[in-house]
Design a protein around this ligand. Structure first.
Ligand code: NOJ
Length: 752
């Protein structure tokens, strides 16, 4: 054994002993004990040490010795983007053994949709409408990340967005406040686990608080203007759910909300989060979002930025150093009350105590053996399978038989191991991806698969590979075309003005279509693309988002019928960028459109008189319907809905409704269906959405089976903010139970 190895071995043994000792005496700590520990520690801290706890940096630009020295001096309470068991254990050792107060560090990282085992992008996970499997995915992410010393992930990202141009739609749960709230809860529970002192528990971070997904024009970091009813009825909902689920931390955002940047926004951070919601957790800024308030034109300099952020309630500053540079003088000059600093530090210390970091700051070096365990990868395959949405299937083109004698696998995403992982992947590795090409070759045998990518990458405009792709198609029974976007076209800072399928992909599909072979398109992308042209050309279309490490096998499972597709859209698919924003829960307007009122642009007679165009709310070119509605998704079978029954036609504002319906699987395959419940509040003290999702259930139905579903709808679920207060208003409501936001059985009820 060489010296290096011996050292590591001894360190591992001593850590394992520490860990064992800690595990054996681990117990949930009573609340008062936490408070008395926090207070005691606080009373021993100097102002510099307090400021240190409030500062988080990415130490990438410091040498190892500089980092250690900073830790000894208590200059930082947290680091982000440090990884590696040995490195983190060594830093914690320095903090615990060489710093004056022996306060452990908390190491944060963006573990957004998996650590090493990568799950579909969050928008894909949202398409599963399955909180249970999403929770498990986040649990697995925490198990893997914690094995590397990470104790805090900057997830879940629960920004509601109506804009597919915005690159970060990939990280979101889509447009709906109810679906996003259910998933936010599942994600927080998965991340934090059942016991916060468990070595695999991470602190969750509900981000970005708040309104970031409403960036004007979909340009990242842009200004947001959000009315208070939309803020409270839509945007804040998933955050409240994350808070209720116990999210230990929140992150303020980059955006300027109605004129006040969210990292200095007393209305959202102090009034809503702290005072109204009574949130007791910790708030971190987004990366340099404190000092970016200078560029926003809200603060003259770093000192004012620090002052405004602390006053608003940002406990820890990420990356920029205005706290470190200015808190001391702000306190000494009497501009900042020491009480505010103490509150912030207490929030940070409480977090570290709750996570058991004082007792057990080290990682067991053995824990990393679990990375990429077969169970984790199998779960990634399951989530990817349930996240794919079947949008078209003419004449049951899909599924293909595994007895097919030849299939063409074409397209820039067919064998793109990094692209299928999607955005925000720091620790997943392309070499661990199983691509569609590999999975299909494994399933059918290499000789039956005629592969020719046709295009080297999604934006490729060269036609050099077309001939080979067409030849592959000609000698095959069916074409599988893997279209989409490279991973780098979505995510932070990666917004697009046009959301079409890039490069020469459409042209290549056009050529392939001419072969007369069934054209099956699988779209792997970071956002809902405007795929109208592709839909028209294709015989079948499966929308798979970026499906993660196991996207290939999951898609092969669906294409070859091992399982029926069951995902449903978590976001409205628009016909083109000009239709944005288009979300299903819009208000009705005074002039709602109808099929009769719309004259398509090409049908307008030359010099038509003005009045006959309808004067209704639509676009002459797009009409008034989306390409695909929210909640939409087909299956290899069809479902029939019947027997919609309410427990009563009238309830009181403290009552509840029981809603029952039956679903029949009218086909030859077993499959899952996602049954959705929508309501409409017909008349309100402010105008109300035409539909709102209030419940959903994923059910499994055997071929020809009928399954009954029951929803409980308390009147409290109909509460909304009317600009002045939260109200449940009496009156008539519509109610639908169906397969998506534009179809379903209908009935009515009233609130007395
Ligand atoms: C900026 C991003 O907006 C945020 O989501 C992320 O957690 C931080 N950077 C840290 O990487």
């Amino acid at each position: 054994m060489n010296r290096q190895l011996a050292k590591r071995y001894l360190f591992a043994i001593s850590l394992s002993i520490t860990i064992l000792l800690n595990v054996s005496c681990k117990q949930a700590e009573p609340k008062n004990d936490i408070e008395s520990r926090v207070n005691k520690l606080l009373s021993e801290m100097t102002l510099d040490e307090k400021i240190g706890q409030m500062s988080q940096i990415d130490p990438g630009y410091l040498s190892d010795e500089q980092i250690k020295q900073a830790v000894r001096e208590g200059k930082y309470g947290s680091f982000l983007n440090v990884s590696g068991v040995e490195k983190i254990n060594a830093l914690q050792k320095t903090a615990l053994e060489e710093s004056r107060l022996k306060i452990p560090l908390i190491i944060g990282r963006d573990v957004i949709h998996g650590y090493r085992t990568i799950f579909p992008i969050p928008l894909g996970m949202a398409s599963t409408w399955n909180p249970e499997i999403v929770k498990r995915a986040f649990r697995i992410s925490s198990i893997e990340a914690s094995s590397q010393g990470i104790k805090w992930t900057f997830a879940p990202m629960i920004d509601i967005t109506w804009d597919p141009r915005w690159g970060r739609i990939a990280e979101s749960c889509g447009e709906d406040p109810y679906l996003a709230s259910v998933l936010a809860k599942a994600m927080v529970q998965g991340i934090q686990g059942e016991n916060l002192t468990d070595p695999t528990a991470l602190a969750a971070c509900a981000k970005h608080f708040v309104g970031y997904g409403f960036a004007e024009g979909g340009r990242d970091y842009s200004t947001t203007y959000i009315s208070e009813p939309i803020l409270r009825n839509v945007v804040l909902k998933p955050f409240e759910a994350a808070k209720d689920a116990g999210a230990l931390t929140f992150m303020s955002a980059f955006n300027d909300l109605n004129g006040v940047p969210t990292s200095g926004n007393e209305f959202t951070l102090r009034q809503i989060l702290r005072n109204e919601w009574n949130y007791k957790g910790m708030v971190v800024s987004d990366w340099a979002s404190v000092t970016e308030m200078i560029a926003h034109g809200y603060c003259a300099d770093e000192k004012e930025a620090a002052l405004k952020a602390i006053k608003a309630g940002v406990d820890m500053e990420m990356s920029s150093t205005s706290y470190m540079n200015h808190i001391k003088s702000l306190v000494e000059e009497g501009q900042l009350d020491m009480k505010m600093i103490d509150e912030a530090v207490k929030n940070i210390l409480r977090l570290k105590i709750k996570l058991g970091l004082f007792e057990n700051p080290y990682v067991d070096p053995e824990a990393e053996k679990q990375l990429l365990s077969p169970e984790f990868m199998e779960h990634a395959r399951k989530v990817a399978r349930q996240s794919a949405v079947l949008l078209k299937n003419e004449q049951n083109t899909l599924p293909l038989s595994t007895n097919i004698t030849s299939v063409a696998v074409i397209g820039p995403l067919a064998d793109a191991p990094r692209d299928q992982l999607g955005t925000w992947v720091f620790d997943g590795k392309a070499e661990n991806s199983v691509t569609p090409l590999t999975a299909i070759q494994d399933l059918l045998g290499k000789t039956k698969v005629n592969f020719a990518a046709g295009l080297k990458y999604s934006r490729d405009k060269s036609k050099a590979g077309f001939a080979e792709a067409i030849a592959a198609a000609k000698k095959s029974q069916a074409i599988l075309f893997f279209a989409g976007e490279e991973w780098i076209l979505s995510g932070e800072g990666q917004s697009r003005g046009e959301i079409t399928i890039p490069g020469a992909q459409e042209e290549l599909m056009e050529e392939l279509k001419k072969t007369g072979k069934p054209l099956i398109v699988i779209v792997m992308a970071g956002r809902p693309l405007a795929i109208g042209n592709t839909v028209e050309k294709s015989d079948a279309l499966l929308y798979a988002f970026h499906g993660g490490s196991m996207a290939g096998p999951a898609l092969a499972d669906l294409i070859f019928g091992k399982e029926s597709p069951s995902g449903k859209l978590p976001v409205t698919f628009v016909k083109g960028s000009g239709q944005i924003p288009f979300y299903y829960y819009h208000n009705n307007t005074g002039r709602p459109a109808s099929a009769e009122s719309w004259t398509p642009i090409d049908s307008i007679p030359i010099e038509n008189s003005q009045a006959s165009l309808g004067y209704r709310s639509f676009h002459l070119d797009y009409g008034f319907t989306p390409l695909f509605p929210f909640g939409y998704g087909l299956s290899y079978t069809t479902f029939q809905y019947s027997n919609l029954i309410l427990s009563s036609n009238e309830i009181t504002s403290d009552g509840k409704l029981t809603v029952k319906a039956s679903v029949f699987n009218n086909g030859n395959v077993d499959a899952d269906e996602i049954v959705q419940l929508y309501i409409r509040d017909r008349v309100g003290s402010i105008t109300r959405p035409v539909k709102e999702l209030k419940g959903f259930q994923r059910i499994h139905l055997k071929s020809r089976e009928t399954v009954g579903v029951t929803f409980e709808l308390p009147a409290s679920a109909l509460e909304f903010f009317n600009g002045k207060e939260n109200v449940i208003e009496s009156g008539k409501f519509d109610l639908w139970v169906g397969p998506n936001s534009s179809e379903g059985l209908h009935t009515e009820f009233s609130i007395k």
